[in-house]
Design a protein. Structure first.
Length: 83
């Protein structure tokens, strides 16, 4: 499925770092979340700081809509799905 041309229902900004923070917050518990994503919704994520901390989502796969500055030898390309 290609969702790159689908308009997201919401956009969430994620700032990774400086370590060990995400959006200026440090990990407190497994039930603390930076964002909630409804099942079946297309959510846009604006990621910053991924060069300092690898980005991943638990449970939800994600599709890249643009090429990052560093594609890691073409491993991360627009249209690719990751989790």
């Amino acid at each position: 499925v290609d969702l790159t041309s689908t308009t997201p229902s919401q956009t969430v900004a994620i700032q990774l770092g400086p370590p060990p923070s995400i959006n200026g917050n440090t990990f407190t518990s497994a039930t603390t979340y930076e964002a909630s994503m409804p099942v079946g919704a297309v959510i846009g994520l604006n990621l910053n700081g991924v060069n300092g901390h690898p980005f991943h989502l638990h449970i939800n796969p994600f599709q890249l809509t643009t090429n990052p500055a560093d594609t890691v030898n073409n491993y991360f390309l627009a249209g690719d799905w990751h989790d």
